[in-house]
Design a protein. Structure first.
Length: 434
């Protein structure tokens, strides 16, 4: 055996030992309680956005079709609606319970929803429908509540990125929002996003102003070979970063083209264009000055096909204990208050009356809640008196009561507020703790 062969055998023999001696990767650090709380709030925010989208898409845009059916499932128009709904704002104080569940409320002006729906449906705002949402509009806003827990197995880098984002910023927190999407669905969503990004880049390239009276598209229109070469250039562009699987089930990809490469391609293909429309080198080089950027960047978005999204019941785990009848009920509190006579400023007087009415409604709900009898036979009041953790959860639960009516009398002298509080969360908080 020659020296080379002996050396190879020695290396092969040592390989298993080297692999065995390689240190195991260090486990990811456990998130701190504050990080867990922040991630739970983000997950709840995502759930609220999803419920808001589901609510709007299920509303009727016509007598026979819902808005979702008119827009088309996983279409460009549905994507546009979901992206618009990212402008919904978190309102009120978030709520976090002892079991790690967080709740968040979001709202969006109903008028803006109707206007956006009308634009996407190519209708006038007064014929866009969505009338079945009117009963859920409070003070001009459409609201939704979401709940969630901190997702498992997020990398330290992902945790840091999510928690560093501004509260109003919509950030990726995968797998949140994609739990029910199959692997094929994720791939298709990213592919659709990439196709749309290339289409957007073609539109951008053709719209670049080549002269005061013409664009790049004008210069090569009628020259199939030149247009084909431009298409090849665009279609060969790499992604500018990894795809983003956003929490509203919209995949996003960025495609970027170097202006320098773009200029070079224009010079290469100009000979294929019409003779009377060919540019000089100076005219093409001037484009880079006019663009005032080193790169042209566009974004494409895509959604998974509906048949690649599993139904919610398919994700349910082992069945838990049956929910008692009392947990399916909803408490209601009504408060009425008159405008204070000793306040001259009209706006301030109305505000004080509305606050007083809401406080009375909240007090009524709290009295009803105290009398609810739990599975162990005790009332909420009795258990809260001896269980500090449960008492804090009750305080959090009361803060989640939802305003369903908020109106002033016709003479402007009296306010009425109605609050409702589902008891499902009470049942969950009252069950034996692990």
């Amino acid at each position: 055996m020659n020296r080379c062969g002996a050396t190879m055998m020695l290396l092969v023999g040592l390989a298993p030992l080297a692999m065995a001696a390689a240190p195991a990767p260090a486990p990811a650090p456990t998130p701190t309680p504050e990080q867990v709380r922040g991630l739970a709030l983000r997950a709840a925010q995502v759930d609220a956005y999803q419920k808001l989208a589901d609510l709007i898409l299920a509303a009727h845009a016509s007598d026979s079709k819902t808005l979702g059916e008119v827009l088309g499932p996983d279409s460009d128009k549905e994507i546009a609606l979901r992206v618009f709904l990212r402008s919904a704002l978190v309102v009120g104080d978030p709520r976090v319970y002892s079991d790690g569940v967080a709740e968040v409320d979001v709202e969006i002006p109903f008028e803006a929803v109707v206007r956006t729906a009308a634009e996407l449906c190519a209708q006038r705002p007064d014929t866009a429908g969505l009338k079945d949402l009117q009963a859920q509009v409070v003070d001009g806003y459409l609201r939704a509540s979401g709940r969630g827990k901190a997702p498992d197995d997020l990398s330290p880098e992902a945790i840091k990125k999510v928690l560093a984002a501004r509260p109003e910023e919509f950030v990726e927190i995968f797998p949140v929002g994609w739990e029910r999407v199959t692997a094929t669905g994720r791939v298709v969503a990213q592919r659709r996003a990439r196709v749309r990004a290339y289409e957007a880049m073609k539109v951008l390239v053709r719209s670049i102003r080549a002269s005061p009276t013409s664009t790049v598209g004008d210069a090569f229109r009628g020259a199939p070979a030149a247009e084909a070469l431009l298409d090849v250039f665009v279609s060969g562009l790499p992604l500018a970063g990894p795809p983003r699987l956003m929490p509203d089930r919209v995949a996003e990809v960025d495609v970027a083209a170097s202006v320098r490469d773009f200029i070079k391609v224009l010079k290469d293909v100009r000979a294929l264009g019409p003779g009377d429309a060919r540019w000089t080198d100076d005219e093409i080089d001037q484009l880079s000055v006019n663009l005032k950027a080193e790169r042209l960047t566009v974004m494409g978005r895509g959604m998974p096909p509906t048949d690649q999204v599993r139904p919610p019941e398919a994700m349910a785990g082992e069945p838990g204990p049956p929910m008692p009848d009392w947990a399916a009920t909803v408490l209601e509190g009504r408060g009425v208050a008159k405008r204070p006579d000793n306040v001259e400023d009209e706006a301030e007087a109305r505000l004080l009356a509305a606050r007083s009415a809401k406080a009375r409604a909240a007090e009524q709900i709290e009295r009803h809640l105290d009398d609810v009898r739990l599975d162990d036979g005790r009332t909420v009041r009795d258990r809260a008196a001896k269980d500090e953790v449960f008492r804090k959860d009750i305080t959090t639960l009361l803060a989640s009561a939802r305003t369903v009516r908020y109106q002033v009398s016709s003479d402007g002298k009296q306010w009425e507020v109605v609050l409702r509080l589902p008891l499902v969360r009470l049942w969950e908080c009252s069950r034996p703790r692990e």
